[in-house]
Design a protein around this ligand. Structure first.
Ligand code: GTP
Ligand code: MG
Ligand code: NA
Length: 343
């Protein structure tokens, strides 16, 4: 129906995979940021969130000359750690998303946390796209910065193409061993049954336009119902953090609905439900990472989907991974408190 198509929220996309496959670097490449180099030991240890407005996606994909209109306002991407000790964060991220990118290092193929991530996604029937990353590391690779993958593949020597095909075939075989059909995205004629592989480089940006376009097209084509904006607030606490000048804050992902400054909210606390009032709704600038300190934009209200930092009193004992509830005029506070503590 036309009306619902015009009121879509941004899809939430989680990026997952084994440690050091290039998840954060891929996001840096799209954002034009340097988050990965600022990480301790080059390891992601928190969930992140970045909002990509549709106009940035349009700009980044224009060389693909896709006539398809972008119907979603943007894309909210959740970065997750690949290190084995952060299974809980991968689970939290995958639990939130509408669609996912599963990153595989072309030089390594499937690795333990690739398979763990894959199983988390399958458990929730979440659609995903495989980014076969680090193609620039193939011996003799000739880079065309930010080029669509088919274009750059044509520039490669026969040897490079052969090595690429050999490694691709290995990866497809490894997925098959996990019970999954996969295929290069531009050869995939059965999207939905066969998962698409997009070769990428986070260093040169090659294949990144393809990845972005496929993500947006695939989600707005197959998830209209799921992505139709609803006024019912659906919101999850990602992290609880002390921020200088703001006290204890919570980073949340607003999946659906609208939050307002001054809303009465309830979150799960270690010593019982926390009832408080939103003092400030903060977001980083578009294309900036929520988990990285920076300047914040202040909002009177925010519509889903967004990654938001909320300041309020009494958040010290809030529990990450649980729901945030808004107390509406019709709601019974005790019921909302019970709901919050059930998480
Ligand atoms: P965790 O979050 O810790 O699991 O790692 P990650 O998957 O986010 O990988 P990260 O972005 O930290 O990248 C790991 C290393 O691989 C860094 O040294 C990157 O510079 C490098 N790297 C990432 N993508 C590419 C790529 O496409 N090509 C090359 N050559 N190096 C890459
Ligand atoms: Mg990372
Ligand atoms: Na890393």
């Amino acid at each position: 129906p036309k009306q619902s198509e015009e009121n879509l929220r941004s899809p939430i996309c989680c990026i997952m995979g084994h440690v050091d496959t290039g998840k954060t670097k891929l996001l840096d490449c799209i954002r034009g940021t340097n988050v990965q180099e600022g990480e301790a030991g080059g390891i992601t240890q928190q969930i992140g969130a970045t909002y990509f407005p549709a106009e940035n996606i349009r700009e980044r994909t224009k060389e693909l000359k896709a006539d398809a209109k972008l119907k979603v306002p943007g894309l909210l991407v959740i970065d997750t750690p690949g290190h084995e000790s952060f299974n809980n964060l991968r689970s939290r991220g995958s639990g939130l998303c509408d669609i996912a990118i599963l990153v595989v290092d072309i030089m390594h193929g499937l690795e333990p946390q690739t398979i763990e991530s894959l199983n988390l996604l399958r458990m929730k029937n979440t659609e995903f796209i495989v980014a076969l990353n680090k193609v620039d590391r193939l011996y003799g690779w000739k880079t065309t910065r930010n080029a669509p993958i088919v274009k750059t593949m044509k520039q490669q020597s026969k040897d490079v193409q052969n090595e690429f095909n050999m490694r691709l075939t290995q990866v497809i075989t490894q997925f098959k061993e996990q019970g999954l059909n996969t295929e290069l995205y531009y050869k995939n004629k059965e999207m939905g049954e066969t998962f698409s592989i997009v070769p990428t480089s986070a260093i040169s940006g090659e294949g990144v336009p393809d990845l972005l376009l496929l993500l947006v097209q695939w989600s707005q084509k197959t998830m209209v119902e799921k992505l139709t904006f609803s006024n019912d607030v659906q919101c999850t606490v990602l992290e609880v953090k002390v921020v200088e000048g703001h006290g204890t804050t919570i980073d949340v992902v607003l999946v659906n609905g609208v939050l307002h400054e001054g809303d009465q909210i309830v979150v799960c606390g270690m010593q019982g439900p926390i009832v408080t009032t939103i003092r400030a709704l903060l977001t980083p600038h578009p294309m900036k990472e929520l988990r990285v300190k920076g300047s914040y934009l202040h909002h009177k209200e925010i519509k889903a989907a967004q990654g938001i930092k909320i300041t309020a009193q009494g958040l010290e004992h809030a529990v990450a991974g649980t729901g945030l509830y808004v107390v509406g005029p019709e709601d019974d506070l005790e019921d909302v408190k019970d709901a919050a503590m059930e998480d």
